[in-house]
Design a binder for this molecule. Structure first.
Ligand code: ADP
Ligand code: 5GP
Length: 191
């Protein structure tokens, strides 16, 4: 691994604000690029294949697992898999950019183990479980069933905050983004 090959891992329960914070960060800090994960879930309205995710069927996903194409993958919700493709990391590093991951906590812990001090892992902490639920509902992307699965899993995922390098509380969004930007710039600034 070369000196400038770095990765930044955002992990936390669904609804804590990872995507929102990442999209704002990408506009503020140069040379960051989002790692597009593969998933077997269906696209939400407005999501694009090859931009938000590589949307695969369950069989296509399992085929890539069998071919060893993932650095890590997790069945985050029963029957729904998500994974980081090795080719994404290569694609982004070849451009000389830093990789940004948005992954669940198990993926976050695996990626940190793999990349060691080349990696900064950030846990985005919602102010409370109640606020997390409100935000997930407000996003209007889930059915009652998938919302239930996400909230159930969030209770487990919240226990992982101390396994990441830093915790950013996402109460006021601008404060959380500013804090994240400072942490990321500090990490990128040091060799
Ligand atoms: P994640 O990517 O972690 O699943 P999102 O970024 O999709 O979470 O955020 C979940 C919802 O909460 C979105 O509708 C987003 O606009 C909203 N949201 C995120 N951060 C805040 C915040 N600090 N205050 C209020 N709403 C927020
Ligand atoms: P969503 O369905 O809301 O887009 O994502 C659900 C969860 O899957 C989120 O916690 C998200 O971070 C996680 N996720 C997305 N891509 C990956 C990935 O490549 N690997 C892992 N382990 N989790 C992922």
């Amino acid at each position: 691994m070369e000196e400038n090959q770095k990765v930044i891992i955002f992990s936390a329960p669904s609804g804590s604000g990872k995507s929102t914070i990442i999209s704002r960060l990408l506009k503020r800090v140069p040379n960051l690029e989002f790692s597009i994960s593969a998933t077997s879930r269906k696209p939400r309205e407005g999501e694009q294949n090859g931009k938000d995710y590589y949307f695969l069927s369950h069989d296509e996903f399992k085929q890539k697992v069998a071919e060893g194409q993932f650095v890590e993958w997790v069945e985050v919700y029963q029957g729904t898999c998500y994974g980081t493709l090795k080719s994404e990391i290569e694609r982004i590093w070849q451009k000389g950019s830093t990789v940004i991951f948005d992954v669940d906590v198990l993926g976050g812990v695996s990626l940190k183990k793999i990349f060691g001090n080349k990696a900064l892992s950030i846990f985005i902490q919602p102010p409370s479980m109640e606020v997390l639920e409100q935000r997930l509902r407000g996003r209007n992307t889930e059915t009652e069933e998938s919302l239930g699965k996400r909230i159930e899993r969030a209770k487990m995922e919240m226990q992982y905050s101390n396994q990441l390098d830093v915790v950013v509380e996402n109460d006021d969004l601008d404060t959380a983004i500013n804090e994240t930007e400072t942490i990321v710039r500090n990490f990128l600034g040091k060799q």
